[in-house]
Design a protein around this ligand. Structure first.
Ligand code: PHE
Length: 382
């Protein structure tokens, strides 16, 4: 009895010590702790790893230049394994355990919605590099983005198809239950109809589908001049391959920013020759800051950055810029400084944060040529 009580007390003491060290072990007073939650593994792992590379480059640069207010920035990375549930948990951990003063992430809108709720209720500012769904920032004073919204993106894509490509008959093929895909499809559909265009086929597939032949045959039967497919690259590879098998030319496909991945080019670059998509950036975009970024990225990683890396770099860069302008390094002062950002010049163009905490900036149309993403045109902020 005596012995077991002693063991019990020892265990309690050990638990208390390890809890204390867990709370304090990652945080140091001479550093500014920033959190990043990303899909570093799981279905969308390149989203996370590409973004992390961009954040790392921005962090190296700020620290090499002496840090902020005499302190080095330290970014704590957490892997949410591409799930919404872990996205919330990881943001919770970053705030409660690591005491971060701001959070960066996520890429997929569904996961930023989950993590953003935690940051918003905890009053810690969060900047998403690339989540475009409209509701990500809506009604959340602590959630910002450095990208355009799907409302803008869908409108730009519709106008591009109607006014520049001069096509009037369009098919839409999207992921029925996905926040990003169905939101972007809706914005495109509404604008294209408003412009007097005709939607000849409109089909939603299910997340996890792998055989698209029946859908593709149904789309083809309606003779669309363009098929708008606002999904992620990992679905677009089998869709493009199966489209070729049923005799749909790759050049009639148009997508959104979710297509941006070297995996799309490796998996279906040939099948998608001539296809276009709206995006944040292209490696050959003629903006001076993008060129500087591409050169620095190349020197560090020995390959071209994806747009996700460029967005990660800008989210971190804008946060560091706000921290420099903030009178103190507290979540509230940082939030205020982020909201006041105007004319920030990043790798993905010059941007200002609007009153709804979204970025006002240009959209780029990218064309797939010789298995490469090439800059086709720039559409200025509305
Ligand atoms: N915009 C997408 C979303 O909101 C994320 C994404 C951005 C994916 C860029 C790929 C490239 O879910």
């Amino acid at each position: 009895m005596k012995f077991s009580r002693r063991v019990f007390h020892l265990t309690l003491a050990t638990l208390a010590v390890s809890a204390l060290s867990a709370a304090g072990c990652r945080k140091k007073t001479d550093e500014i702790p920033v959190g990043a939650f990303l899909s570093l593994s799981g279905a969308d792992s390149t989203f996370g790893t590409d973004t992390r590379d961009g954040i790392e480059l921005a962090t190296d640069e700020v620290n090499a230049a002496g840090g902020i207010k005499g302190k080095k920035v330290r970014v704590f990375y957490e892997d949410d394994r591409s799930t919404t549930q872990e996205a919330s948990q990881k943001v919770r951990q970053l705030i409660d355990r690591d005491g971060v003063v701001a959070v960066l992430g996520e890429v997929a809108s569904s996961r930023t919605l989950a993590g953003g709720l935690v940051a918003n209720t905890s009053h810690v500012p969060l900047i998403t590099p690339s989540s475009t769904a409209v509701d990500v920032t809506q009604g959340r004073d602590w959630v910002f983005r450095v990208c355009f919204t799907d409302d803008q993106q869908g409108r730009v894509a519709a106008r591009y198809v109607k006014n520049d490509l001069k096509k009037t008959k369009v098919g839409i093929f999207y992921v029925a239950q996905d926040t990003y895909s169905s939101g972007l499809a809706k914005s495109f559909r509404d604008e294209f109809k408003k412009l007097g265009g005709e939607i000849v086929a409109d089909k939603g597939y299910q997340k996890g589908d792998t055989n698209f032949t029946t859908y593709l045959n149904e789309l083809k039967a309606q003779n669309p001049e363009i098929i708008f497919v606002p999904n992620y690259y990992n679905d677009m590879v089998p869709i493009a391959r199966q489209a070729r098998q049923v005799g749909i030319p790759g050049s009639i496909f148009m997508g959104g920013d979710g297509w941006d991945s070297s995996n799309l080019l490796e998996g279906a670059g040939a099948e998608l020759e001539g296809a276009s998509f709206t995006n944040h950036y292209a490696p050959d975009v003629p903006w001076p800051n993008s060129k500087k970024f591409v050169a620095a990225f190349h020197a560090k990683y020995k390959h071209d950055p994806s747009s996700l890396a460029a967005q990660g770099y800008d989210a971190a860069g804008l946060l560091f810029d706000a921290m420099r302008r903030a009178p103190q390094i507290t979540p509230e002062a940082i939030r205020k400084a982020i909201a006041e950002t105007t004319g920030f010049s990043g790798a993905t163009g010059t941007l200002s944060i609007d009153p709804n905490r979204n970025a006002s900036k240009s959209i780029v149309v990218v064309r797939i040529k010789d298995k490469k993403f090439t800059f086709a045109s720039e559409i200025p902020a509305e």
